[in-house]
Design a protein around this ligand. Structure first.
Ligand code: GTP
Ligand code: MG
Length: 370
């Protein structure tokens, strides 16, 4: 249920906190400034003060943020977004690095790569694949909590010499919970005496049935360090992408997700954003989580200045009012007033939530001491 702290309610009515506490007391409600009261009680207080209540609901403020539904003809194919997961030391980073080296666009860009949380490779055939580099990241938890999914599929790295381990199982559960398909990359096949059948049987026990056992999960044997079969893995990803028929309308205001964010000493708030729908343009007004701003500059993972970024492209953006939380949505907004309004609303909501949480914590503490 909605709630508000007494102090915040007083602020919004431009009343003294003490007066609000007194009014509550007269109504039989004992509350201090930092405590939260529910919306109905707040409304009574507001009436008491002779104001009229305008409850601003999420849908009022955020209305219009949900873009129009795209028609079939507007939906164009977009590159797959892939997350690499697996047990510690099974070779996730090595595989990401190896895949990155196959990027023909990076060579054109002079090979200077940034370390941002996501990157896109162009494979020799010209197709593109986006990899997210932050599987263990808080962003994932945040995104899952919101029910949002940024990844289209998971590449599960299993070291051939080690087999299925606790984090392998965790990754399987993660993919299943998110409802995204898995591709198994059996890594380290350059090592002598690896037993592939054992790995397959272990996967089977966790309901991941590879094609050679009659299932529909693709299994590719790779060596990240020797660069073996990376092309086969990429083909498998593109095949899976075809099955998923991944599409987005590039001709609309951008919608995306913040993958990571930081405060940069020289550049201010920097957010890595995965564009999921539409096209993000330099100069666009956006809301990102509880922050807003005009996109002052955009860089891709090769450090190139971008004027625009379409679906499935990860970019770093500069120009936000603050550092947005990873996992939160980014949305194009027509005008500055609207952007400010949404941002203020979300900041207030976050503060109320924090206050409510703090209030609840104090409640339990005093209960314990009673
Ligand atoms: P964490 O980030 O710690 O979870 O590990 P990771 O999954 O990213 O593994 P990483 O890429 O760091 O590799 C772990 C070790 O395995 C390193 O010493 C790598 O050199 C080695 N390794 C990775 N891939 C291969 C491979 O294909 N063959 C062999 N022989 N060694 C590999
Ligand atoms: Mg690693």
């Amino acid at each position: 249920p909605e709630s508000i702290t007494v102090q915040e309610l007083a602020n919004r009515m431009a009343a003294r906190g003490g007066e609000v506490v007194k009014a509550l007391f007269r109504m039989g409600v004992m509350a201090t400034l930092t405590q939260s009261i529910d919306a109905d009680t707040a409304e009574l207080v507001v009436n008491e003060f002779g104001h009229r209540v305008r409850r601003v609901s999420e849908s009022d403020v955020e209305q219009g943020l949900e873009g129009a539904v795209d028609s079939d003809t507007e939906l164009l194919p977009r590159p797959p977004v892939v997350t690499i997961m697996g047990h510690v030391d099974h070779g996730k980073t090595s595989l990401l690095d190896a895949l990155r080296k196959t990027d023909v666009a990076a060579r054109e860009a002079g090979g200077i790569t940034q370390h941002i949380g996501a990157y896109q490779v162009t494979i020799p055939g010209g197709q593109k694949i986006t990899f997210i580099d932050t599987p263990g990241h808080a962003a994932f938890t945040a995104m899952r909590a919101r029910g949002a999914s940024v990844t289209d599929m998971v590449v599960l790295v299993v070291a051939a010499d080690d087999g299925v381990m606790p984090q392998t199982i965790e990754a399987i559960h993660h993919a299943k919970a998110a409802g995204v398909p898995l591709i198994v990359a059996v890594n380290k096949i350059d090592k002598p005496g690896v037993n592939l059948d054992r790995v397959r049987q272990e996967l089977l026990q966790h309901e991941v049935i590879v094609e050679s056992l009659g299932g529909d999960t693709q299994e590719i044997q790779v060596s990240a360090t020797k660069g073996m079969n990376l092309d086969k893995l990429q083909e498998a990803i593109l095949l899976q992408a075809e099955v998923l028929d991944l599409r987005a309308n590039p001709e609309r205001g951008a919608e995306g997700t913040v993958i990571e964010s930081k405060l940069d000493k020289g550049r201010g708030p920097v957010a890595t954003v995965l564009v999921q729908k539409g096209t993000l343009r330099q100069g666009d007004m956006v809301v990102a989580g509880a922050e807003w701003g005009r996109v002052r500059a955009m860089l891709d993972d090769k450090g190139r200045q971008m004027k625009e970024a379409g679906p499935s492209l990860p970019v770093e953006i500069l120009g936000l009012s603050g550092v947005p939380t990873a996992g939160e949505p980014l949305t194009f907004v027509e005008d500055e007033g609207k952007a400010r309004e949404i941002s203020e609303y979300r900041q207030r909501r976050n503060r109320d939530k924090q206050a409510a949480a703090a209030g609840a914590a104090r409640g339990t503490l005093s209960d314990m001491m009673a």
